[in-house]
Design a protein around this ligand. Structure first.
Ligand SMILES: [Zn+2]
Ligand SMILES: [Zn+2]
Ligand SMILES: [Zn+2]
Ligand SMILES: [Zn+2]
Length: 211
């Protein structure tokens, strides 16, 4: 019995799921992700699922935790978002700076708020150097684009299939095995007739001459 037995509970409905079935940010299952509206955090601008329907503000769990702890935030000295609850730099940027070194310029928003990432994570955004928000936007755009392409190719695949099956239908009508056999026999017979005529006619002629 291997790793399949390790299950994690959804943070909302508490049913057990494999880790990859839960969202990485909030550990929500697919059903709960559908159930709760996706909203944007007014501080960090990240999308999250609003679990508390009575909440009058969209603030993600991380930001509301820091908000409760430190009060009103300042603009972060790196990402410029209203996320620096403690000090000049937000938790996210502080963490990233520790992990990846000083921030560099983002290819899209041109702010100095991106971090040097591994080649693998860069590959996911076509080799661009992007800050977190631009990475998310880029992925969202790519996802929508791919979805549209899939939808389009799905329709054309269906069309091709219909056309192909119509073609096959036509072919079946033309290449009827029974008809085909008769045609072949007829052709063969005609060849034999022609061959016989060729063989017999000179003889006939000869014979005729001889008579
Ligand atoms: Zn759930
Ligand atoms: Zn937030
Ligand atoms: Zn920041
Ligand atoms: Zn950016």
């Amino acid at each position: 019995m291997a790793s399949i037995d390790v299950l994690y509970s959804c943070s909302s409905c508490h049913r057990k799921y494999a880790l990859e079935e839960l969202s990485s940010a909030q550990q929500l299952c697919k059903d709960c992700r559908r159930k709760y509206p996706s909203v944007q955090c007014k501080f960090c601008q990240l999308d999250f699922h609003q679990l508390d329907s009575t909440a009058h503000e969209s603030v993600c769990e991380q930001c509301s935790k820091e908000h409760r702890q430190y009060g009103k935030p300042k603009n972060c000295s790196i990402c410029n978002l209203l996320t620096a609850f403690k000090g000049d730099t937000c938790t996210r940027c502080t963490h990233s700076r520790k992990k990846y070194g000083p921030p560099i310029k983002c290819d899209t928003c041109k702010l100095c708020c991106a971090f040097v990432k591994s080649d693998e994570s860069k590959k996911k955004v076509d080799g661009k150097t992007l800050c977190l928000l631009c990475t998310l936007n880029y992925k969202k755009t790519m996802f929508k684009k791919r979805q549209r392409e899939l939808e389009k190719s799905g329709i054309s695949n269906k069309k091709q299939k219909i056309e192909r099956s119509e073609d096959e239908h036509r072919k079946v009508e033309v290449v009827d095995p029974f008809n085909n056999e008769i045609m072949q026999q007829l052709e063969k017979a005609q060849y034999e007739i022609v061959a016989l005529q060729k063989q017999t006619s000179p003889r006939l002629r000869k014979a005729g001459r001889g008579q």
